[in-house]
Design a protein around this ligand. Structure first.
Ligand SMILES: [Zn+2]
Length: 175
């Protein structure tokens, strides 16, 4: 990656896509609202789907922000169509033959969120460096979708991606 680029990550059981990766269930298992190296990532049926085997991004990840969608961009004042992670997921799943009804909560790798002592949520400037990576091991046959988040609006204190714009991500699948 080129740095400071959020990656919305979704995973489905390839045999039944009604079973998807669930950050909320994973919070409880690991007692953490952020994914950490070595942790198990589970489905909404609480079955292990992946292991977070290597974190090459210094822990800068999020499991709380819903995927961006057209309506979020409109709430921010954008007029007209805007690409979004929700749309990217719909298109990717359509290519696999599935028309999905629900956009699951993603794991937002390379996304800098912070919760203060009063539980206020902020997204300080994204510090993820070029070349950062994460490595995951699949524990069942999965359909995985990665969306390079197209968030590019100038919102004060909400810098999801680099100020320089949205960049591509590289996905490698190993046996
Ligand atoms: Zn997004």
């Amino acid at each position: 990656m080129k740095g400071a680029q959020a990656a919305d990550f979704f995973a489905y059981n390839a045999e039944t896509i009604s079973e998807w990766l669930s950050p909320m269930h994973t919070w409880v298992l690991n007692r953490s609202v952020k994914p950490r190296e070595g942790q198990s990532l589970i489905s909404r049926f609480r079955r292990p789907m992946l292991t977070f085997t290597e974190d090459g991004a210094g822990g800068v990840h999020d499991m709380m922000l819903a995927a961006c969608d057209q309506f979020r961009y409109e709430q921010y004042g954008h007029e007209g169509h805007h690409p979004s992670c929700a749309e990217n997921l719909h298109i990717a799943m359509r290519r696999e033959g599935y028309e999905i009804d629900v956009v699951p909560q993603p794991i937002n790798f390379f996304t800098n969120t912070f919760i203060d002592a009063d539980s206020a949520l902020s997204s300080p400037p994204n510090p993820v460096l070029p070349g950062a990576y994460v490595e995951l091991e699949a524990l069942m046959d999965l359909i995985c979708v990665v969306s390079s988040c197209p968030f590019d609006l100038a919102i004060p204190d909400w810098l999801i991606n680099s100020e320089g714009g949205v960049t591509e991500l590289i996905v490698e699948v190993k046996d």
